[in-house]
Write a protein that binds this ligand. Structure first.
Ligand SMILES: [Cu+2]
Length: 501
């Protein structure tokens, strides 16, 4: 109890600072500012209802958070939703605690725990931040370990990333078990961008204006730096112009993969990063790639991100190009299966420009934090996504299902013994894909890359689908989770607790 009181008083002092620095940290990334910040930058995310839907600061998506390698992001999460008191009353693997929230930094290599004082959380998704005026369960009622995960309606978060943290497109979203699908589906999500170190990216990328596009349940949204954004936007590009698009698949309702579709070939499109990690070389993107999504390197499962560099030919004529964002396989929602139902329009207009460009496909790659693996045999682990929203046959509980040793590497095979599509995601440490359905990806395959989320092939003809990867458990001890990023499935129990010790 003493801890809670002192936390409250600290937060009151901090909140005035947050409003000021929100503006300071929300400058567009295209200004390529890369000076390290001397001060922590407390931003405030207030969860409140607008039209019956939870929002961050009254808008959706939330503001874009910008970080530099070696930097710190301080966030105060304020839960101003109405009290529901439904946290402890229902089966934990059903939708519950619908107005209780928390904060996850998807893809960041950060601590998964709470700091030693118990006052400041990092990427700890076991935390429950209850609404203002809501009963906070205490240890007398629900036991010490459960009570320790509850937070009053204002909670401090601090995320610290290392000097060699990959620069790229990440995102943040609500991750409270039982309300994740509802809250992320409503729009409790926002971009989190780790800026490139100066001089690392080729000039044609470093100098390109940037757009952040979020695939949300309401459609494709052009995220504004301060929060909010237009659905089905029009991007104007001049002949010869180059833009960098950061695309985040933040949808929470469907089982779907998303990919860009158009039958018009006026744009040059290259993928330069996936899940926030820069590729070794750019790859040309086919804008209507109809392969199975796990064989299409530009398909995004829920949770995936990709960065594209897009160029309009110098001699292009004035026109509007509709791009559909198609969701494949199962279609609880659809953003348009053809270009008549476009999600995004590119208006080619204005005088030609001579934007910097390069014919060289080479890119800086993931950087020193993520070296390759040698051929040595690694300890193997198989984890099976099983029917009725379970993993290895069991629904989520607090017990530790996988235990790994800090500093070790392992090879994991994730199988899918269901006929449905699931998206495997692990917190804290990304992984390097080597096999799909048991077939080794050849050296140079665009699918042989680092990811933190991957859509699993489904079972076909009685054979489970599978992906195999190598990974390292580096830097951080603690408990975190693996789960299906079809968040409805996660809320229904498709999650396991894992621990690095
Ligand atoms: Cu799933």
């Amino acid at each position: 109890m003493t801890n809670r009181l002192s936390r409250r008083s600290v937060l009151k002092i901090g909140s005035g600072v947050g409003l000021l620095s929100l503006t300071a940290t929300s400058i567009p990334a295209l200004m390529s500012v890369s000076s390290a910040r001397a001060e922590p930058n407390p931003d405030i995310l207030t969860v409140r209802e607008v039209g019956g839907m939870p929002t961050y600061n009254g808008v959706s998506p939330g503001p874009s958070f910008l970080m530099d390698p070696g930097g710190t992001l301080d966030v105060e999460l304020v839960n101003d939703l109405p009290a529901l008191n439904d946290d402890c009353t229902q089966n934990m693997n059903n939708f519950h605690g619908l107005n209780t929230t928390n904060l996850h930094t998807h893809g960041l290599h950060v601590s998964p725990t709470t700091d030693a004082s118990g006052e400041v959380d990092a990427d700890n998704v076991f935390v429950s931040v209850v609404p203002k005026d809501q009963f906070v369960p205490c240890s007398d009622v629900c036991g010490e370990s459960v009570a320790a995960t509850f937070r009053t309606h204002k909670t401090k978060y601090r995320f610290e990333i290392g000097e060699n943290h990959p620069s790229g497109t990440f995102w943040y979203h609500a991750h409270k078990h039982g309300s994740a699908a509802r809250q992320v589906g409503a729009g409790l999500a926002g971009p989190l961008i780790v800026r490139d170190k100066l001089g690392v990216m080729p000039d044609y990328i470093a100098q390109a204006p940037e757009k952040t596009l979020m695939i949300m349940n309401r459609g494709l949204v052009l995220a504004e730096p301060g929060g909010g954004g237009q659905t089905a936007p029009t991007l104007t590009m001049r002949p010869g112009e180059v833009q960098r698009w950061r695309i985040i698949n933040a949808q929470a309702a469907g089982n779907a993969f998303a990919y860009i579709a158009t039958n018009i070939t006026d744009l040059e499109v290259y993928q330069i990063a996936f899940d926030g990690i820069t590729l070794e070389k750019r790859i040309s993107v086919e804008l209507s790639d109809n392969r199975e999504p796990w064989l299409n390197p530009a398909a995004l499962a829920p949770g995936n991100r990709m960065d594209l560099i897009v160029r309009v030919p110098r001699d292009a004529r004035e026109k509007i190009i509709p791009l559909g964002i198609t969701t494949g396989l199962t279609d609880l929602l659809s953003f348009g299966s053809n270009t008549n139902n476009a999600s995004l329009y590119i208006r080619i207009s204005g005088d030609p420009v001579d934007a910097v460009w390069s014919g060289d496909d080479a890119l800086p790659g993931p950087g020193p934090a993520l070296p390759g693996f040698d051929d040595a045999e690694l300890p193997k682990r198989v984890i099976d996504f099983t029917p009725r929203f379970s993993i290895d046959g069991d629904k989520y509980d607090a017990s530790i299902s996988q235990k790994m040793a800090l500093g070790t590497s392992e090879e994991w095979t994730i199988t899918n013994s269901t006929g449905g599509v699931h998206a495997f995601h692990i917190h804290v440490n990304p992984f390097f894909i080597t096999h799909i359905n048991g077939v080794e990806l050849p050296e140079g395959s665009p699918l042989r890359r680092w990811q933190d989320t991957i859509g699993l092939p489904y079972q076909q003809n009685g054979r489970p689908g599978s992906i195999t990867y190598k990974t390292r458990f580096e830097t951080f001890k603690g408990k975190f989770v693996i789960h299906c990023h079809v968040l409805r499935h996660e809320d229904l129990g498709m999650m396991q607790t894992v621990e690095v010790a």
